[in-house]
Design a protein around this ligand. Structure first.
Ligand code: A3D
Length: 320
């Protein structure tokens, strides 16, 4: 059976890391696409040369022509610009919206059956715009944010509890921005919900609140440290987890920016919700019940995403 084909649209910091991870995990053959000439070719060659030591045979190709992504099974989109210190994700909207138009058209023309994972920020608005520009089915286009935000939460919790990250599950929903909603009640250590751990004296509510805030600010913390761009190792790893779930029909339950058609009270837009990813793309959305406080946080987050979608429609009237 032929190897799956994975197209990475954008060969910057995340794109290069995605290519290396996909090769090491032998998920398929890889095409790195970018408008910058030489960058995707150079990264593809460099990564291919790690094959003998790492022991993979993935074919790596760098490209500047969309024709090279023809027939891709998975496309992961990072094309656009990233944040610098002092910028919010929303500051990227105008530039990255134009990029989503060319990317959406390129994917629709050359890889119309692909499972598409968008990473470009501001995430929830860009995945919506990418879907609109491509016209592809909603269940085949999804945004990566919840896996990363949950991983950040899980990391901070494992440090607080001095326990393995593997035993920490966490849940972050809503838009990928300052209003994201880490749900303590649905987050556990070895199955014990966080509020119970507070009651057991393993941590305090104040410390938990600080961890939740650090999770919300997780991207900005790294932007502030790096100064020249934003996080790329964990974002790439998170998207690869989603791609693998699709390619191997793992039916993983992962929080992703998925198109909601009434689920969690959201209609006609993309926002972070718990999803099942398998060979059918987004196969199911878990319509969880939130308490009043959680619902209020979630509604605020949804409203923030709605504002960004409205801004997209204003910039590009073809989206209205
Ligand atoms: P960067 O290293 O700048 O790479 C972006 C690449 O896109 C560059 O190589 C550009 O040449 C390329 N590019 C620009 N315009 C086009 C185009 N029209 N077609 C094809 N390629 C193009 O950025 P990065 O890899 O660090 O980040 C990529 C995106 O991911 C940014 O928008 C970030 O804000 C976003 N990001 C999202 C998350 C989430 O959790 C959602 C996390 C981290 C970064």
């Amino acid at each position: 059976m032929a190897r799956p084909k994975i197209a990475l649209i954008g060969a910057g910091q995340i794109g290069g890391t995605l290519a290396h991870l996909a090769a090491i995990k032998e998920l398929g053959d890889i095409v790195l696409f970018d408008i910058a000439e030489g960058t995707p070719q150079g990264k593809a060659l460099d990564i291919a040369q790690s094959g003998p030591s790492e022991g993979f045979d993935a074919v790596m190709k760098g490209a500047n022509d969309y024709a090279d992504i023809a027939g891709a099974d998975v496309c992961i989109v990072t094309a656009g610009v990233a944040r610098k210190p002092g910028m919010s994700r929303d500051d990227l909207l105008g530039i990255n919206l134009k990029v989503m138009k060319s990317v959406g058209e390129g994917i629709a023309k050359h890889a119309p059956n692909a499972f598409v994972i968008c990473i470009t920020n501001p995430l929830d608005a860009m995945v919506w715009a990418l879907r609109e520009f491509s016209g592809m089915p909603h269940n085949k286009i999804v945004g990566m944010a919840g896996v990363l935000d949950s991983a950040r939460f899980r990391h901070f919790l494992s440090v607080e509890f001095n326990c393995s990250m593997r035993d920490v599950t966490a849940f972050v929903l809503g838009g990928h921005g300052d209003t994201m909603v880490p749900l303590a009640r649905y987050s556990t250590v070895g199955g014990i919900p966080l509020p119970d751990l507070v009651e057991m004296g393993w941590t305090t509510q104040d410390k938990l609140d600080a961890i939740i805030q650090r999770t919300r600010d997780g991207g900005a913390e790294i932007v502030g440290l790096l100064k020249t761009g934003s996080a790329f190792y964990a974002p790439a790893t998170s998207a690869i987890e989603m791609a693998e779930a699709y390619l191997k029909d793992q039916k993983r339950m992962l929080p992703c920016a998925a198109y909601c058609d009434g689920e969690l009270g959201v209609k006609g837009m993309y926002v972070g919700v718990p999803t099942i990813i398998g060979a059918g793309g987004i196969e199911r959305i878990a319509d969880i019940k939130m308490n009043a406080a959680e619902q209020a946080m979630f509604d605020k987050s949804v409203a923030a995403v709605q504002g960004l979608v409205a801004a997209c429609k204003e910039i590009d009237p073809s989206l209205a």
